[in-house]
Design a protein around this ligand. Structure first.
Ligand SMILES: NC(=O)C1=CN([C@@H]2O[C@H](COP(=O)(O)OP(=O)(O)OC[C@H]3O[C@@H](n4cnc5c(N)ncnc54)[C@H](O)[C@@H]3O)[C@@H](O)[C@H]2O)[C@H](O)CC1
Ligand SMILES: [K+]
Length: 495
């Protein structure tokens, strides 16, 4: 069986379990540290062959151990290396052994004076960072950052929490980060991701089956994880029609958001898309669309009539909707109808006073609700999860998915997609300029189009988030939400 470590993401505590399992299986743990440190030295030499001096900042744990190995390897090549040790130098275990094999000088950390021309190997803390950094660490890190000294971080930039991506006091702004076997959440979640520089993942020889057995269904969002669920995928193509997507429009002055979602839905592959518009906005909508259709829906009775047509295969509700009471009534009717639904923006906010009513409505049967909140909307439905500072973004999305029996797309530069069964993905293909007015409406439309074509909710959401990011990357900076729609690629072009 092929185990894919490329997309796997493991938390620091899972990684510690992996280390133990590797040792229990007879693997030489010092050999792992040797390979880790040697890999870092090789990266340093490859990228900085002309460094005036390599400065290894070594902490008291195994991250420091990797640093001693790297320092020894760099010394051996004739480079100038200085090592500054923070805290009690390791004496026991692999790190102690690595320290003893390093024959150079170890100076106290406080002696380090950052200088231009240095290349810093950051071996202070990795997976074992347990609390906020204090002085003199913070001041030294800030000084290195302010001098723009290139930093090669071992495993994680020191100060970045590997589980959450949070900055604990201060963190190195690394030029590159060398990690081992697979990524950690802190490499992908913000702000951690922005401190890592370019990330190199090095195989230090832990068998993939050991890594995978200790991991818990967290991955980076990549097409091969959902490609087989795409409507056009190979021999399954006949299973799916292209569906009919209904997108609810707001009132007279707030129709644009729904039109963006509808246009995106059509471009993303829904066979038919109809804007479901209140009377006051029907003319405005009709005047603006061509391939997208418009149908007047003014009340629950009209919606129920529409729902008696089985060809409507999915809905999107929320962008620009405005009227919360109407939103709640419609959502509950949609839930009853069994149709899949993307709930966004006002559709989410509409349930702020009674989230359980929403969750209850979708609590039975297969997952058919996808919610796409940004952090603020998330807090309206899941205040306790939003307030719990111990939770990572992944933990929050997972807990919310479980509670709501929905797929949660918790948006941001590091969008997390989570399912009630615990599967979770961190998205990493979105450029910063995707944060533009209307881009969330486009995302709703794309995901809803996938649902309309019969994709399961988790895959529909994951594919939607990825295609949305890819479209933004293709559109380039300065794009608008309309451009984003035009740059949505067909399924056949997803590599
Ligand atoms: N399989 C692997 O991935 C391998 C990883 N290696 C490296 O080992 C580290 C993790 O080592 P660990 O000893 O568990 O933790 P750290 O070295 O990161 O830190 C623990 C050390 O630091 C002290 N400490 C923690 N937080 C603070 C703080 N805020 N201020 C001061 N001191 C702090 C704590 O008390 C401990 O003493 C992993 O990242 C890899 O680099 C192996 O080398 C190869 C196998
Ligand atoms: K580090």
């Amino acid at each position: 069986m092929h185990i894919d470590l490329e997309t796997l993401v493991v938390t620091p505590s899972e990684m510690a379990g992996i280390d133990r399992a590797a040792a229990d299986s007879g693997l030489d743990s010092f050999a792992l540290m040797e390979r880790a440190g040697q890999a870092v030295a090789a990266v340093a030499l490859r990228h900085h062959p002309g460094a005036l001096r390599f400065v290894v900042l070594a902490g008291p744990g195994n991250n420091g151990g990797d640093g001693y190995v790297a320092a020894r390897a760099l010394l051996k090549t004739g480079c100038t290396v200085e090592l500054f040790a923070f805290g009690p130098p390791p004496t026991k275990g692999d790190a102690g052994r690595a320290r003893r094999r390093y024959r150079g000088l170890a100076r106290p950390f406080v002696d380090y004076q950052p200088m231009r021309g240095d290349v810093v190997i950051d071996a202070l803390f990795g997976a074992g960072l347990a609390r906020d950094l204090a002085e003199p660490l913070c001041a030294a890190i800030e000084r290195v950052n302010s001098l723009a000294i290139p930093v090669i971080a071992i495993d994680l930039p020191s100060g970045i929490d590997g589980r959450t991506g949070a900055v604990r006091g201060a963190a190195f702004q690394a030029e590159r980060t060398v990690t081992f076997m697979c990524r950690k959440p802190g490499h992908l979640l913000m702000p951690g991701r922005s401190f890592c520089g370019s990330l190199e993942i090095y195989d230090i020889g832990i068998p993939a089956r050991i890594v995978s057995a200790a991991s818990h269904h967290l991955r980076v969002n990549e097409p091969h994880l959902w490609r087989m669920s795409l409507p056009s995928a190979g021999i399954d193509a006949h299973k799916y029609g292209h569906g009919h997507l209904g997108v609810f429009s707001g009132g007279r002055l707030t129709t644009g958001a729904a039109r963006l979602a509808a246009g995106a839905g059509l471009k993303a592959g829904a066979g038919l898309v109809t804007l479901l518009s209140p009377a006051e906005a029907a003319d405005a909508n009709a005047a603006h669309v061509t391939a997208v259709m418009v149908r007047q829906i003014d009340n629950l009775a009209a919606l129920r009539t529409l729902l008696s047509d089985p060809r409507f295969s999915a809905f999107a509700l929320g962008p620009g909707l405005g009227d919360f009471a109407r939103a709640r009534n419609y959502v509950l009717a949609l839930a009853e109808s069994g149709r899949p639904l993307v709930l966004d923006a006002d559709g989410i906010t509409a349930f702020r006073d009674e989230p359980d009513r929403l969750f209850h409505a979708f609590s039975d049967g297969p997952i058919r609700l996808v919610m796409t909140p940004h952090a603020g909307e998330f807090a309206r439905l899941f205040a306790d999860l939003a307030d719990d500072a111990t939770l990572s973004k992944v933990d929050r999305a997972r807990a919310a998915a479980l509670r709501s029996h929905a797929v949660i797309v918790l948006k941001g530069a590091d969008t997390v997609i989570a399912a009630p069964d615990g599967r979770a993905l961190i998205n990493a293909n979105a450029p910063p300029w995707l944060a533009t007015a209307g881009s969330g409406d486009v995302l709703s439309g794309v995901i809803a189009a996938h649902l309309a074509q019969g994709m399961p909710a988790f895959e529909a959401a994951a594919a939607g988030v990825w295609r949305h990011g890819a479209a933004a990357a293709a559109a380039g900076s300065g794009m608008t939400a309309e451009d984003l729609i035009n740059f949505l690629n067909g399924f056949d072009q997803i590599k």
